[in-house]
Design a protein around this ligand. Structure first.
Ligand SMILES: [Zn+2]
Length: 142
């Protein structure tokens, strides 16, 4: 069973790294609309938090030790230490909590530790998912 599922690119409204009026220092994640509320990775819920900027946040630690932040959620459907399955487990509902200036969407971030979701080094969630999906495909063909 796959531990990672891709983001439907048609639903991406703001890619990673973009510098614009809303993100003068560069966009720290990817914005997704029409999100089905499901986890993009298998893993475990590492933290459920509330932040002034990011609103309701769920952080999932995946099977490769990366941390995924699901931000601006209107509703949270998991709790700390819950086991989640990629494409199956409902994380919550997209929303506009925190300073989501551009309306209801999922802001998804990926980093090497919990704090990276809020501040510090992050990486492109789309590229990271694509890399993991390719790795799993390769492992199956061995
Ligand atoms: Zn965003």
């Amino acid at each position: 069973m796959a531990n990672f599922v891709a983001i439907n690119k048609k639903n991406i409204t703001c890619p990673f790294g973009v510098k614009d009026r809303l993100h003068p220092n560069g966009h720290r994640g990817v914005d997704v609309v029409r999100w089905n509320g499901k986890s993009y990775t298998s893993g475990v819920v590492a933290k459920v938090a509330k932040s002034v900027a990011l609103g309701n946040v769920v952080i999932v630690k995946d099977t490769k030790q990366d941390y995924w932040g699901y931000c601006h959620l209107a509703k949270v459907s998991v709790k700390n230490a819950d086991v989640v399955k990629a494409g199956k487990t409902k994380i919550g509902k997209q929303g506009a909590t925190g300073t989501a200036a551009d309306g209801s969407h999922l802001h998804l971030t990926c980093g090497g530790d919990i704090d990276a979701v809020f501040i510090g080094k992050v990486k492109d969630p789309v590229a990271t998912l694509e890399k993991r999906i390719a790795q799993e495909k390769e492992a199956k063909n061995v």
